[in-house]
Design a protein around this ligand. Structure first.
Ligand SMILES: NC(=O)c1ccc[n+]([C@@H]2O[C@H](COP(=O)([O-])OP(=O)(O)OC[C@H]3O[C@@H](n4cnc5c(N)ncnc54)[C@H](OP(=O)(O)O)[C@@H]3O)[C@@H](O)[C@H]2O)c1
Length: 331
């Protein structure tokens, strides 16, 4: 019998997510039936959307039930195959959840080439967060050369890619990140023109100083007072892809945007999107991202937590800025 460790939802958070909202359990790994494969997780991706999945109601996707395994994408190895479409030893991306083993009928499994890029990159810059950045920036933000693009959560999985793609479009790119170390990385390693530390007391003035010609595109990952500051500096016909608002995910009382009126006079387009709604663009985006990463045009950084037993603490840390780059768990 193979032992399977899983992390299940123990309680629905009331406001801030806590480690005690999760429970580690041990079961027997499932046996694959005809047409199925047995997956062994190598890496688990931790993503902000999982906080929404812990609520009783969500605006999109199904909530996780109490006692169920937490949802999540993994890079997994096929350790047994009874499905002619997959071979034992293949590496795939899968929504296997927070557990060491899972069975799959093959639907939704995406083979990844671990010789081309490190396997974990397919959870970050060359995976879902990268595709999110690609779609939000290029299809909604539509930046033109010479325009000013601002990106929040700029050192993170999505923001770091969005900003680097904007640089590839010859834009002036200003990141916003928490703390001098992250800001340094965003400018010196990722090549942004400037980065504002949102934890510094002068962040509002610093944003104005870094965007003297106004803001044409704001890639929104955070929400809160930063969105108001950006709305006050938007140029006519600015575009704001609303990718996420992590500052609100744990709050009982949501931030009320004050400067939305500026969007009227400046004809600003604000558009929310959910990347899983756009399967048509994934092959093109994944191909381009893998190429950019391989060629060094897109750099990425990871925070790698060791062991499933430490996943809950790492997940809580995402909302406090404890991750630096893509947060993954090495299983
Ligand atoms: N629409 C979609 O389909 C889609 C898909 C993927 C992700 N997303 C969204 O994209 C955003 C970024 O996700 P990610 O995976 O790339 O995460 P990430 O940026 O790698 O990690 C989260 C970061 O958010 C920042 N943060 C957390 N709480 C904050 C707060 N209260 N105020 C300001 N910054 C805060 C922290 O960075 P600092 O230390 O720099 O503050 C933290 O490191 C999230 O909003 C997520 O929900 C949307």
């Amino acid at each position: 019998m193979i032992k399977n460790r899983q992390i299940v939802l123990a309680a629905r958070p009331d406001g801030w997510v806590k480690e005690s909202d999760f429970r580690l359990v041990e079961t027997a790994a499932p046996a694959p039936q005809e047409g199925e494969v047995l997956l062994k997780s190598l890496y688990l991706s931790l993503d902000p959307y999982m906080r929404g999945a812990m609520n009783e109601k969500r605006p999109y996707g199904k909530p996780v039930n109490i006692g169920d395994v937490m949802v999540g994408e993994t890079i997994s190895e096929i350790v047994e195959s009874k499905n002619p479409g997959f071979k034992t030893g293949e590496t795939v991306s899968s929504y296997a959840g927070w557990q060491e083993y899972a069975v799959s009928d093959g639907k939704g499994l995406r083979p990844v080439d671990a010789k081309l890029l490190p396997a974990s990159a397919y959870l970050g810059a060359a995976g879902m967060p990268g595709v999110t950045a690609w779609y939000g920036l290029l299809k909604i933000g539509m930046p033109k050369a010479g325009e000013t693009v601002v990106v929040s959560a700029a050192s993170g999985a999505v923001g770091s890619v969005a900003g680097q793609i904007a640089k590839l479009q010859q834009c002036t790119v200003v990141g916003v990140a928490g703390g001098p170390e992250k800001c340094d990385y965003v400018v010196k390693e990722l090549g942004f023109n400037a980065c504002i530390d949102h934890r510094a007391s002068d962040w509002y003035d610093a944003l104005a100083a870094a965007t003297p010609e106004g803001i044409d595109v704001y890639f929104e990952n955070v929400g809160g007072p930063l969105l108001d500051a950006v709305l006050a500096r938007c140029n006519t016909s600015a575009r704001i892809p609303l990718c996420g608002m992590i500052a609100d995910y744990n709050s009982k009382e949501r931030y009320g945007v004050r400067n939305l009126v500026n969007a009227v006079g400046k004809r600003v387009k604000l558009q929310g999107f959910i990347i899983s709604d756009h399967p048509d663009i994934w092959p093109e985006a994944l191909g381009q991202l893998a190429k950019w990463v391989r060629e060094g045009n897109i750099k990425y950084r990871e925070t790698v937590t060791q062991g499933l037993e430490n996943a809950a603490a790492a997940f809580v840390g995402l909302f406090k800025g404890e991750n630096f780059g893509k947060q993954i768990v090495k299983m």
